[in-house]
Design a protein around this ligand. Structure first.
Ligand code: SAM
Ligand code: TMP
Ligand code: ZN
Length: 404
C-alpha cells in the first residue's frame, strides 16, 4: 500500500474491520443492498500523512441524498458566521473580492458572505444540500472540486482571493488534483484556508470514531506542511479550534508570498517533541481503542441484562465506526434520536438501529443515553436538561467510557 500524497510506504496501525458507508442511512426494506469496505488506517513513513488504506468511491458517499447538514448545530452556525466575518474584514476587504468554498453543504458559511454582497461560489457535489444553499441565496455549483473544475471556475469568474474548506479537504483522497486546482484558481497573493479534525486531538482523546470512510486523511501540521511544499505552497498559519472534538485551521499561501506566523513553528515543534505520529504513540492509541470497545460493550451488555433502556443521541457519521466495530445493534441501543430530517425514519448503516427525531427521546426518556454526538455535548446537554432531571444518565466513550 502506497501513500496517496508521496507514494511512501504506509504502516498500518489500526483496523476497524468491515464497515458500511457512514452516512448511508438505510430504509428498513433496503438492508440487503448495503456497500461495505475495510476500514484500516496507516501512517506514511516518509511524509507522516495518516490515511485510510481503502478508498470508498466518492459517488457512494456524496450524492443527491447525502444527509449531513452544517446548520444542524447552533455552535457550528456561530463558528461559521464568525469565520465569515473575519474573512470579510481581512482577506476579502480589497476591491471586488472573490471566495470559493469547497463543500459548502447547505450554505451555512457562505450565507454571511452572500448577505454582505461579496462575490462567492460554493462547490458542492451533494445535490440535496446544494439546493438548500441555493435556496438561501448562495451561488453554488453542483460538482466535485478538482483540477478541471478549478480551471473552469477561473475562466468564468477570474482568480479567487480565498479558497476555503471546512471538514471537506480531509474527505478527499485525490489531493494532488485538489492542490493543482487551488494553485490554478488562487490569485498570487491569495490564501487557501481549511479546517479539519486534528490528528493530535484524535490520538490524545483516543477518539477513534473520527476514523470513517469520509475522513480519508487525519491531518497534522507536519503532514500538511509537506503536502503544501509538494505543490509550491507554504504553511503560513495554524489555529487550533475547539469544534468537532478538536480541529486545526491551516492557512496556505504560495511559497514566499507571506511570512509564516510563530504558531506554525510552535505546532511543528510540539508535534516533533511529542513524536505525534511515532510508532509508540500509534501503538498506545490502538491499545486504548480496544480497551474502550471492550468497556463500552461490557457496560451496554450489563445494562441490557438489568433491563435498562438505552437510546443513542446523534446519528453521527462517527457512530458508524463505533457501532460496527463494537458490534452494537438494536438489541443494545434501541433507537437513536437525531434532528436531521434525512436520517429520520431510517436505520443506521450496517448496525440497523432505528433513527427517530429528537421528540422521540422523551417518549418516555430512556434510563441511559449514549452520546454519539459527543463533540456537541455542551449544546445537546443544555437542550436536554430534562433528561437528567428525570433520572437519566449520559454515557460517553471519549476519552474513555464514563457516565455523566
Ligand atoms: N463544510 C461543511 C461543514 O463543515 O459543516 C460541510 C462538511 S461535510 C462533512 C463535507 C462536504 O464536502 C459534503 O457536503 C460533501 O458533499 C462535500 N464534498 C465531498 N467531496 C467534495 C469535492 N471534491 N469538492 C467539493 N465538495 C466536496
Ligand atoms: P456531527 O458530529 O458530524 O456534526 O453530527 C452531529 C449529528 O448530531 C447530526 O446528525 C445532527 C445531530 N444533532 C442533534 O440531533 N441535535 C443537536 O442538538 C445537535 C447539535 C446535533
Ligand atoms: Zn507520504
Amino acid at each position: 500500500m502506497a501513500c496517496r500524497i508521496c507514494s511512501g510506504r504506509l504502516h498500518r496501525f489500526a483496523d476497524f474491520g468491515r464497515q458500511p458507508v457512514s452516512d448511508a442511512f438505510v430504509l428498513p426494506g433496503d438492508t440487503g443492498e448495503e456497500f461495505f469496505f475495510d476500514l484500516a488506517v496507516g501512517v506514511c513513513e516518509s511524509c507522516a500523512m495518516v490515511q485510510l488504506l481503502q478508498e470508498v468511491p466518492r459517488e457512494r458517499m456524496f450524492h443527491e441524498g447525502y444527509p449531513y447538514l452544517s446548520s444542524g448545530s447552533a455552535v457550528m452556525r456561530e463558528h461559521f458566521r464568525s469565520l465569515a466575518g473575519r474573512l470579510l474584514a481581512t482577506e476579502l476587504a480589497g476591491p471586488d473580492p472573490f471566495i470559493v468554498e469547497l463543500g459548502c453543504n447547505d450554505g451555512t458559511m457562505l450565507a454571511t458572505i452572500a448577505a454582505a454582497g461579496v462575490r462567492h461560489l460554493g462547490v458542492e457535489p451533494s445535490g440535496g444540500v446544494a439546493d438548500l444553499a441555493a435556496a438561501r441565496g448562495v451561488r453554488v455549483r453542483k460538482d466535485f472540486f478538482e483540477a478541471a473544475t478549478a480551471a473552469s471556475i477561473l475562466a468564468f469568474d477570474g482568480p479567487a482571493d480565498v479558497v476555503y474548506a471546512a471538514n471537506t479537504l480531509c474527505h478527499i483522497p485525490y489531493l494532488d488534483s485538489i492542490m493543482k486546482g487551488v494553485a490554478t484558481l488562487l490569485r498570487p497573493g491569495g490564501v487557501f484556508v481549511f479546517e479539519d479534525p486534528y490528528l493530535g486531538d484524535i490520538l490524545e482523546r483516543a477518539s477513534f470514531d473520527q476514523i470513517y470512510d469520509e475522513h480519508f486523511y487525519l491531518f497534522s501540521a507536519t503532514s500538511v506542511r509537506e503536502l503544501a511544499r509538494r505543490h509550491g505552497f507554504e504553511l503560513v498559519d495554524v489555529e487550533r479550534l475547539p469544534v468537532h472534538g478538536g480541529e486545526v485551521r491551516y492557512t496556505l499561501a504560495r511559497r514566499g508570498a507571506r511570512t509564516p506566523s510563530p504558531a506554525v513553528g510552535e505546532l511543528l515543534a510540539a508535534e516533533e517533541a511529542g513524536a505525534l505520529a511515532g510508532p509508540q504513540t500509534l501503538r498506545d492509541f490502538a491499545g486504548r481503542v480496544e480497551g474502550i470497545r471492550d468497556r463500552l460493550v461490557d457496560l451496554l451488555t450489563g445494562l441490557r441484562a438489568r433491563g435498562a433502556m438505552v437510546y443513542g443521541y446523534g446519528a453521527t457519521a462517527k457512530s458508524a465506526t463505533v457501532l460496527n466495530y463494537c458490534g452494537i445493534g438494536p438489541g443494545l441501543v434501541s433507537r437513536i434520536c437525531d434532528s436531521t430530517p434525512a436520517k429520520q425514519g431510517r436505520l443506521t448503516p450496517g448496525s440497523h438501529i432505528p433513527v427517530r427525531g429528537p421528540e422521540a427521546f422523551a417518549a418516555p426518556y430512556p434510563d441511559y443515553a449514549l452520546l454519539f454526538a459527543w463533540n456537541h455535548a455542551e449544546e445537546i446537554m443544555a437542550k436536554e436538561t430534562a433528561f437528567r432531571d428525570a433520572g437519566g444518565t449520559w454515557i460517553l466513550y471519549v476519552p474513555d467510557v464514563h457516565l455523566v
